[in-house]
Each structure stands twice: as structure tokens, then as C-alpha cells.
Design a protein around this ligand. Sequence first.
Ligand code: ADP
Ligand code: MG
Length: 496
Amino acid sequence: MSVTASPAAVRSIYSSRSARDRAPRPRVVMTVRSSSTTLSAVPILTKLQRDCATPLPVLRHVADAMAADMRAGLEADGGSDLKMILSYVDALPTGNEKGLFYALDLGGTNFRVLRVQLGGKDERVVATEFEQVCIPHELMFGTSEELFDFIASGLANFAQKEGGKFNLPQGRTRELGFTFSFPVKQTSIDSGILIKWTKGFAVSGTAGKDVVVCLNEAMKRQELNMRVSALVNDTVGTLAGARYWDDDVMVAVILGTGTNACYVERVDAIPKLHSPNSTSGRTIVNTEWGAFSSGLPLTEFDREMDAESINPGEQIFEKTISGMYLGEIVRRVLIRMAEDARLFGDSVPEKLQMSFSLRTPDICAMQQDCSRDFEIVGSILYNVAGVNSNSSARKIVIDVCDAIAKRGGRLAGAGIVGILQKMEEDSKGTVFGNRTVVAMDGGLYEHYPQYRRYLQDAVTELLGPEISKNIVIEHSKDGSGIGAALLAATNSMYGH
Ligand code: ADP
Ligand code: MG
């Protein structure tokens, strides 16, 4: 895994930023202060590094507690922080899948549609096409029918453009894998009740209903001959997509705005599953590990952020390791340094006081700065926070970013080891003694090289050099879309 960022990579991270950052930048007039001003921020930094530290015993505790919480969640619903949700995915893709399948991914402000022509073991993916559609803001506050009609009409529009290498046998209904990244109580592979909308959606009339029925009805209204064959969580889609290419994939982890993980479990290791009827003897379990909370090295900044969040006391692991929060934690530390140690001069920059104004891509871009005077850090601080800084202040800012990214990456690594450890305890040698692949996806993992390296380091430290040779942590980019289409194929009403 490469971790050195080339100047070109730095430029591309920086140049892909929002309009806010592309605005012409006035020449930065450096506030020249003696470095003794920034020196007074050092004790705050040292305390932060101490409070955030993740030495081996802390990692080991997190891995052990993750494994124990998994067991408790498999015993009984409500038995643990981890919900350990059954996905009803018992049959994983084998490579033999054939035919035309669709996927729909609804998880944020966009929805993505995809079609794939599968050609079986030899030909694999014959053709694939996808489109992304932005959901108009007002539909996020409208009625369920309006939202699902909009999605179904986007799908119908996309299906109309089918041609070329895509081929559906006469008389067959098109089948769809539906990735739906909101909390759902799944009741079978092709049904699930929406518990509540999250991520800014406030659509009336969907909560308590089967989202598959909502979509199937809307498709009927659009006279689109298509049916949902599989309803899947995005981690489950990622696992299925990666498994299609590699039989050793056993775990999938998303590290993006939020975080989650799923893995392949033996049905006889799930006490809360009273009537297991899986033909394979295995099923995918969605851990919902964002809710994990045991033994995490938290700071006063984490506690304040949590207390002011819309879900205080919940999703503590997610708030410590995922992309939505890393920038915000750094911002809170910088505010403290500005207030108590005058890091940026006599006043606390007003823009920096706005919650979530410093984002994780900002702290990532700052960490890539290898220039002598940390000019990229200076530009970002100026653009994001209206801050003029000298190079010693910028160096401290980088150290703060590093402390928070290091803790996040290392704890994510410990969580992964916890899952592997639980699987190993039940299957004696088959996980640690063989090649085992963890499929990773999400913008944070993809774009933050230091975070990735810290994650890998923690896994290696915990497992030791020999076992860690067998554990392959691999980026599976956008595997969840094709994974959902593959699960539609696996669960096709026509067989395959
Ligand atoms: P989502 O999790 O919303 O489905 P993604 O997997 O694309 O979407 O992840 C987006 C998240 O990834 C962002 O919210 C951000 O926290 C993180 N991210 C995106 N770009 C970068 C970057 N350059 N550096 C670090 N983190 C990034
Ligand atoms: Mg996603």
C-alpha cells in the first residue's frame, strides 16, 4: 500500500475542493509572531496526543471488546451495543451468475442506477453502465409516493436506454438489487421495514412501511416491468461485490461519512436465529459497529462534540473513526488552542467557530503538505477559517490532524481484528491460518493515505508478522453497486 503522496496528488486533492476553496485567494499577509506564541499551544497538543493514544493494550482491549459485543448481539436482540442484524443473504456470488441485472443505490443526496450483463465463470462482467441522479431537495421533505415515483421514473428512463450488449430473454421481468442505506428491519432477502429516515431525509409516510413494496408500487405506476429481488445494506453489497472476484473475502468495512462492517457468519453460531434455514449454513451479519463504545480513548473534545450532536451517547465508534467527524474534532482542538494559547493571534477566527466548518478532506489535504513553510496548510486555514498563520502554528495544526487521524485509523484496525478474532475463535485456524480478505470501501479509506497506513499498522501490530501475512486488507472500489446486482442474480426468481 503506497502512503507517500506525490505533489500531484496533493494538488489534485486540493484542486478538487469546493467553490469555497477555489475562490481567488488574496495574498496572505503573514502575521509574524514569535514562535513563543505558538509554544504555549504545545501543552494542549501534548495532552491531546496522550488522551488519544492507542498503544497496543488499548488496541487489544478494543479488539477483545468488539469480539465480545458481537457474541452478545448474536445471543439476543438488544443484548449489546452491536445490533448484529441478519441480512438474509445466505448465498454469495460464485461467478456462475448469468443474465442482465439492475441495481439501485439510495443512500444520500444522489441515487445511482446500474445495469450489468453477467456472462458466467469465463466471461464474468460482459458489460456494465451506470448513471447518477441528484435528488431534488424538496423531495427529501415530500411524501413517500413523490420520492419513490421520482426514483422509479429515473430507473425507467435508464432502463429505456438499454441496448447493445445488454440482453433480456423474451418474456422475463427485469430484476433489481436495491441498496438502501437507512435503518431497516429486514424481514427477508426482498423485504424490509423502514425504521426511520436519517441523513437529512424527512419524507412522510414511509416509516413503518416495507421499502421494497414502496419501490415495486412506484415502478408499477411508471409501467416499468422490473422487480426487487434483493434488498441490501451497503456493507453487504460491498462484501458480495468483492466476493465475486475473490472467494477469500470474509469481511467488508465501509469508512466514508459513517462507518459499518459485515462478515460471513455460520448460522449455528447465531443463537438468536431460532429456525436457521440457510442451505449454505452461512449468512452475512451486518454488525452496525458504529454503535460500539467500549474502552475507546476519548478526549474532552469528543465528549463535547457528542453532547452537542443530534444523537448524544449514540454511535460513539462512528464519531471517533469516521469521515463525518474527524475534521470537526480537529476544529474543536484548534478553537481551544486559539482561545487558550492564541494560536492564531489575538482573536479566535469567527469562521472557525462554525460547527463542521473544517471537514475531513481539509485535514487530509493539510497532512499531505510537505512544503517547507506548509503553504497548503496556510491556504486551507485561510480559506476555511479566515486564519492567517505562521509556519510554527501550521506545524501544530498538522500534528493535531495527525493525532486524530492516527487514533481513527488504529481503532478501525482494532475493530477489524476484533471481527477476525471472533471468526477465528469459532472456526479454529481457518481465518488466521488461511488467506482471508477484508474488502474496504468509502471515501475516507480511499482518499486518506495516512489513515490507511495507521489502520494497517494496527492490524499488523495486533496480529503479529506471521498471521498478518494471511490477512489482506483490500480496497474494493464501488463494489456495492455490482454487489447488489449480483445478489439480485443469486436470488433471481428464474434461478441462474
Ligand atoms: P458516503 O459515506 O456518504 O456514502 P463516501 O464513501 O464517498 O460517501 O465517503 C464520503 C466521505 O469520505 C466524506 O464525507 C469524507 O468524510 C470522506 N472523504 C472524502 N474525500 C476525502 C479526502 N480527500 N480525504 C479524506 N476524507 C475524505
Ligand atoms: Mg456510501
